[in-house]
Write a protein that binds this ligand. Structure first.
Ligand SMILES: Cc1cc2nc3c(=O)[nH]c(=O)nc-3n(C[C@H](O)[C@H](O)[C@H](O)COP(=O)(O)OP(=O)(O)OC[C@H]3O[C@@H](n4cnc5c(N)ncnc54)[C@H](O)[C@@H]3O)c2cc1C
Length: 425
């Protein structure tokens, strides 16, 4: 079994960018070579800016190369909670931002000709308990009835049209969500950005940052110091000390994934015949899908811990048990990959983007960032060029997480809280 992300292991390797020269003046410096940073770099360079991306590790090392590869259309908090919190019109605007985000991703795939198995196969929300089907029904009524979106309710009696499992009490299908090979997409985005002049510096952690004036900053790395007219912090669950204001507003929560050996088309047709992006309805949910080469990818917040090889292995065992409970057909299937990553949770589980003390940032995707990080890269390019309305999240206050001073000591407590909520749900 490999403890590396399947997506990065099966994507083309880019050139070595770890020996680039760092110094002088740039128009825009971007911290983080994930989907936010690379998409912003591409869109800013298209406008003629001289853009440099600084990455602590390598392209896609963060959540962007480690996720489920699901570009779904839903908010992290769910539509009904969003309506209760923000009112119908605002919740609708936030939801539609996710639809725009999947469109942005699809457009980029086409424009840049990125070979990444993008397909709008749809999303399957599975009811883990009988009462959860009522919740899905209410969501379906709003989405289909009031918003005119393409959703369908699947009763338990018809569940085998969507999934080869008896574990669930019904489901809701949403048609516009997509799946993709996110390793190929992230690497493809890096090549597209580099192709129009973006310089990507790998193994180049930004260690210090000093404000010069307005949005102008000096960035210090071990390979050199650079001055930038604008800086975008695109560091997600890896946001560290140089970006203190952002760091204490983001909880890096571990999420873990296993991928089986290739299962063959026939078995995959039995497990998920329509190749939907599936997730269960618990707070500590599981998400799963078929990969482009017919493996099952199965993920979840198996444990409230940070990713490390030991932690990933423990989480892998928990996920394997959960996977075989859903799909007993896979009891003897070999697990080829197991890895973990950091989800960047904000207090309100909403995206936060804007400018603070002259630093631009886009963070807090809360587990729904494949599409939104890509989209926010594009939107931040507009925002940084003086169009505030380009930022759909501009009115949300970005609250500090109480008691968060750096290391996330509070994760086991948060885990206990969510487990309790699932028991009571
Ligand atoms: C296991 C897992 C499963 C997920 N599944 C899904 C899914 O199926 N669908 C979905 O929509 N979302 C999913 N997500 C969330 C999604 O992957 C992220 O929201 C998204 O990739 C965030 O992209 P990003 O570019 O903002 O951050 P990242 O991809 O995390 O990139 C941030 C980068 O910043 C770099 N960095 C940090 N500090 C510095 C520094 N000081 N100097 C230089 N570089 C620095 C890091 O090394 C990192 O590479 C998942 C996340 C995880 C962890």
């Amino acid at each position: 079994m490999k403890f590396t992300p399947y997506w990065l292991d099966t994507a083309p390797q880019g050139p070595d960018r770890s020996r680039t020269d760092i110094g002088g003046h740039v128009d825009v410096a971007i911290i983080g070579a994930g989907l936010t940073g690379l998409s912003a770099a591409l869109h800013l360079a298209r406008k003629g800016a001289n853009v440099h991306v600084f990455e602590k590790d390598t392209v896609g090392f963060g959540a962007s190369g480690r996720n489920g590869g699901m570009a779904t259309t839903g908010l992290s908090i769910g539509l009904r909670d969003a309506v209760a919190r923000y009112g119908f019109d605002t919740a609708k605007a936030y939801l539609m931002a996710y639809h725009d985000a999947v469109d942005t991703l699809e457009t980029l795939v086409k424009e840049e000709n990125i070979d990444c198995d993008f397909a709008r196969t749809g999303k399957l929300n599975l009811a883990s308990k009988p009462a959860h089907l009522d919740g899905l029904r209410k969501t379906h009524e709003i989405m289909s009835g009031r918003l005119g979106l393409e959703t369908r309710l699947i009763p338990r009696s018809e569940i085998h049209t969507e999934i080869g499992s008896d574990r669930y009490h019904g489901a809701m299908v949403e048609a516009r969500s997509a799946g993709l090979h996110v390793g190929k997409f992230t690497k493809g985005l890096a090549e597209a950005a580099a192709g129009i002049g973006v310089t990507i510096h790998e193994k180049a952690p930004v260690e210090k940052i000093r404000r010069l004036q307005g949005t102008r900053h000096e960035l210090v790395t071990a390979r050199g110091t650079v001055r930038a007219d604008q800086v975008l912090v695109a560091t997600s669950g890896h946001t560290g000390r140089p970006f203190r204001w952002q760091q204490v507003r983001i909880a890096p929560v571990g999420s873990f994934i296993i991928v089986t050996e290739p299962l063959g088309r026939d078995l995959c047709d039995m497990l998920l015949p329509n190749r939907r992006m599936a997730s269960s309805s618990m707070n500590l949910l599981n998400y799963f899908r078929i990969t482009p080469d017919d493996r099952l990818l199965f993920g979840g917040r198996a444990r409230f811990a940070m990713s490390s090889q030991q932690s990933d292995a423990k989480s892998g065992r928990i996920l394997h048990k959960a996977m075989t409970e859903v799909f007993p057909q896979l009891t003897n299937a070999r697990v080829d990959y197991c890895w973990g990553g950091r989800v960047d949770m904000s207090m309100d589980r909403m995206v936060h983007a804007g400018e603070q003390d002259g630093l631009f940032y886009s963070l807090g995707y809360s587990g729904h960032g494949v599409q939104m990080a890509t989209h926010m890269g594009k939107q931040m390019a507009e925002y940084m060029n003086g169009t505030p309305a380009a930022n759909p999240w501009r009115d949300l206050p970005f609250k500090r997480i109480p008691g968060h001073f750096g290391p996330p000591w509070f994760l086991p407590f948060a885990g206990g809280y969510y487990k309790f909520k699932d028991l009571m749900k």
